[in-house]
Write a protein that binds this ligand. Sequence first.
Ligand SMILES: [Zn+2]
Length: 451
Amino acid sequence: MRLLFRHLDALVVEAGRPPLRDAWLAEDGQGRVAAAGTGTPPPGLDGGRDGRGLLAVPGLVNAHHHLYQTAARGRATGQGLFAWLTALYPRWGRLRPATIHAAAVVALAELVRSGATATVDHHYLYPPGAGAAAVAEALFGAADQVGIRLMLARGAITCGRSGGCLPPDELVEPPDAVWTDIRDLAARYHQRGAAAQTRVAVAPVSIMSTDAAVMRDAAELARVLNLPLHTHAGETRDEERYARQRYGAHPFDLLEEWGWLRPGTWLAHGVWIPVRFRPRLARAGVGVAHCPSSNLRLGSGVAPVRAYLQAGIPVGLGVDGSASNDGGHLWGEARLALLLSGVRGRPPLAPAEALALATRGSARCLGWEGLGRLEPGDAADVAVYRLDDLEHAGMAAGDPLAAWALGWPTRAWTVLVGGRAVVEEGRLVTVEVEAAAAELRRRMQAEEAGG
Ligand SMILES: [Zn+2]
């Protein structure tokens, strides 16, 4: 057993439970939590970081992202989802694996500095000739470099403009190749248990980029391989109109018909989930990844998170791709989720509820046991925040979570993944951030120059 922290001002073992004060936390030497307590640590537990002035919470879990989009930030502004997608597809279609890798390193570094210790990458962009294996290696390689846990939600565009879908035809992949790739990825990267560093999910992009047969086959493959299942759903009103025109049905009726309402499924956005579907999602255990910044950036709307939680739907938190955020600050996303939850004139979420979205809520969506909580046996993934800095001066000392959720988010002070430091004293220790940013700029300039 190894002491990680002593005399933490506050330690949240699980969002919703009262924080431990003057707390210590120890790991088992295998990357899992061994014990936590208050006051002086038991004899034999020496060392550890001094936690005075600090709040420790379970590492944040990002339930939806597209890492490659970090190479397309700040573009196609002032547009809704469909126009934004249509504007960006050609640029995305030219990305090479080396640029995708550089974008992923930047995206993951940014996430970790906000306190995230695990993330999904919903990756559906396989430019012609890039090679699916090279793309997967670029993504998992970036996660390994940065030191974050990664679930690759292997997406696929299987229907293009000539088939009545949104993406250009050159980005379409044959479904059989996609299923083969997912089987290979699962065999290589899908680890189970709290110590899992990499996982894989089945994740067609959306009903606008695929067809009914593929959606059915995806659900069946996820069932057979016992993998999580993910897609975009309920993001915009345009999606509802599109589904009515193409299928004569509501998107959530289609998902039910295609076998998607089952445990292990989680949906990105869910801004527009009609009341009649909510009990069905809750009964099936289907989660929603709430992505507030992206939904505002594209004018998609605001998901009624409080109503979903009351209906029993698991709700997690995601930054979404950096082309519609245009960042990856999950702590900041929790603050925004809290503030936006009151936008319809209802009391907003409490600070502990905002933390719950970013921890247990996201872990539940992903079905990744051992994340989002710090009980013995859980992953020793910890995000630690300074609450004695300028942005948190004047906050109520007795309510560290109010300071965390309402103060202006800066950067995590310490971030541990499996007990290993990824951020120490506010500095990312695994990757040189200036070099990572410069590498992405260089790759993008080379692509723009046709190199
Ligand atoms: Zn997305």
